[in-house]
Design a protein around this ligand. Structure first.
Ligand SMILES: [Zn+2]
Length: 555
């Protein structure tokens, strides 16, 4: 799963899990069955799940980093499984592979500068203590000088009646915005709007974006932590013409400014930055204005090219008409590779739960569809996607370059980081409140005596953080299950086990096959995900967004 949290606030999350669990009074204990009702013989197989997982998460694959040899082997393994099951290739040129070219960009050492001219004095900010910037994925050298305009949070939404750009001219200028968003916005919708800030600025002609770190942000994620992550390269997929998939070429400068250094930008402003922070503290959304200063930003970037494949296969449907429509299963095959943290003895991030487990579940689901007595009415499309850990890139590439018509993909069932460490009694289905897929999930889970629980951590906005999201943005209803926080065994605390996994093993070398993996829980999880796909594939009406869902109205 794509990280949102950093180490410093994991402890807080674990504490939160404990509290949430006390507040939960789920007493799920429906009778346990492990086979879908309409095919009594058909069930996932624990030994198969284990075999897939142990191979994919083995040290030999070296953490499956995008573009690495280990990830290529993982992709070959998945393609071999698809072939063995008799699935049709759904990649490029009659193969199972959809090969993607990526550009990896690095900021050149000592190349970033930032100065502010207020008409009487030029002040320079220190990199990285006072400001941070990333590499440009588009150009090797950027030099921008332009007036600054403060735009509040930099958000625009008709639905929520927000326009932080109202009355402001930012054409050819650099916008200065606060990090984060107003607290009153619901978490998933807010996360989506938050991720659209560059779009709002670019559409209005801005040439640069400066984001202000705030005291509120400092408490959740200190500026120091952002400095630590500075060296990470930025990765983007390349279009067939070799251009990086950068939506907004006119944004040629960006910077993230420390909350104390930010005051320099407000030297000529009608309000001080302190006033602005006070308004935020009071729950108000600060209004924008011209800052009356000019900034100059420069940086140099180094680019290299790598390639990595998605792997795609189709099980053809049986209905003469509906077979042209697809239920899409996705699971990311990549992980974060070898750690550079030399303080640890084990350097391989095996990604057993993240996401060898999800791929194993998808491969078992594929086997079940392939071995079922009757093929589903709609076709089933299986895609293991790469570069999830670099920003959902493989899924995003597929959503932009689908190998079947995108409009014919009726639903996406995503599999990412099922924590298979306990006999879960409930599941959480992200996306289930946004489309009719929620009914399919409830029914499928119910077949196995598993409850459907509400999202216990809405502030994490997980619906926007895995591979289904690029498909959601293209209008495809999606659902993504995780194991719930209630264990069938009264002596086990599911929420605690989940929380401890997240705190101690998530994105660590210890997320490996030696964890006490409960493959029988994997069987139940697979059977539920199979049943969801089966139901969607066989129901005449295709899933649809609920009219009141914000995600039904994305452009
Ligand atoms: Zn991850």
């Amino acid at each position: 799963m794509k990280p949102l949290l950093n180490r410093s606030n994991r402890t807080r999350l674990v504490a939160w899990f404990g509290a949430a669990l006390l507040a939960t009074s789920l007493t799920a204990c429906g009778e346990q069955t492990t086979t879908p009702s309409d095919s009594p013989e058909l069930s996932a197989n624990a030994a198969s799940l284990q075999a897939h997982l142990e191979f994919l998460a083995s040290d030999a694959l070296e953490g499956r980093d995008t573009g690495s040899a280990g990830h290529e082997i993982a992709a070959q393994y998945i393609a071999a499984q698809f072939k063995q099951l008799g699935l049709q290739p759904a990649g490029d040129d009659g193969t199972y592979y959809q090969r993607i070219q990526f550009r990896r960009s690095f900021l050149k050492e000592n190349s970033a500068t930032f100065s502010i001219d207020d008409g009487s004095e030029v002040v320079s900010l220190d990199y990285p203590k006072q400001f941070l910037t990333g590499p440009s994925v588009y150009s090797e050298k950027d030099e921008i000088t332009a007036p600054l305009v403060f735009v509040g949070y930099g958000l625009v939404s008709d639905v929520f009646g927000i326009d932080d750009y109202a009355g402001l001219d930012v054409d050819g200028k650099i916008v200065v915005m606060l990090t984060g968003r107003p607290e009153e916005l619901p978490s998933e919708e807010g996360a989506h709007l938050n991720s659209s800030k560059a779009k709002f600025a670019a559409e209005r002609g801005a040439v640069g974006i400066i984001t202000l770190h705030t005291p509120a942000r400092e408490e959740v994620r200190p500026f120091e932590v952002s400095i630590m992550y500075q060296r990470a390269p930025t990765v983007r997929w390349l279009q067939p013409n070799g251009e990086p998939n950068v939506a907004y070429k006119n944004i040629a400068a960006s910077a993230y400014v420390h909350h104390e250094a930010g005051a320099q930008l407000f030297r000529n402003a009608p309000q001080t930055l302190e006033d602005i922070f006070a308004q935020m503290e009071a729950g108000e959304s600060p209004k924008g204005f011209d800052l009356g200063v000019t900034a100059s930003l420069t940086r140099e970037s180094r680019h290299e090219e790598i390639s990595s494949p998605n792997v795609a296969a189709i099980l053809p449907g049986s209905d003469p008409t509906l077979k042209d429509e697809y239920v899409l299963y996705t699971a990311h095959s990549d992980h974060i590779g070898i750690t550079k943290d030399l303080s640890q003895d084990d350097h391989i991030n095996n990604g057993a739960m993240d996401n060898a487990s999800g791929v194993s579940v998808m491969l078992e689901t594929a086997r079940m569809f392939a071995e079922a007595e009757t093929a589903p009415k709609r076709s089933i499309l299986f895609v293991s996607v790469t570069a999830e850990e670099r920003g959902l890139l493989g899924a995003d590439y597929y959503a932009h370059n689908p190998t079947v018509p995108l409009s014919q993909i009726v639903a996406n069932v995503n599999l990412d980081m099922p924590v298979l460490l306990y006999d879960f009694a409930d599941v959480i289905a992200f996306g289930s409140t946004h489309s009719t897929l929620g009914d399919s999930v409830a029914q499928a889970a119910g077949e196995f005596g598993i409850e459907l629980s509400e999202d216990p951590m809405p502030e994490q906005a997980i619906f926007t953080r895995s591979d289904h999201y690029p498909f959601v943005k293209k209008g495809v209803p999606a659902v993504f299950l995780m194991t719930g926080f209630t264990a069938k065994d009264e002596d086990q605390d599911g929420g605690q086990i989940w929380g401890e996994f997240f705190a101690e093993h998530y994105h660590q070398p210890s997320d490996q096959p030696s964890l006490p993996i409960n493959y029988e829980a994997g069987v139940v999880f697979t059977n539920i995900n199979y049943a969801i796909g089966q139901q969607v594939a066989n129901t005449p009406e295709r899933p649809r967004w609920l009219p009141e869902s914000f995600f039904a109205r994305l452009d």
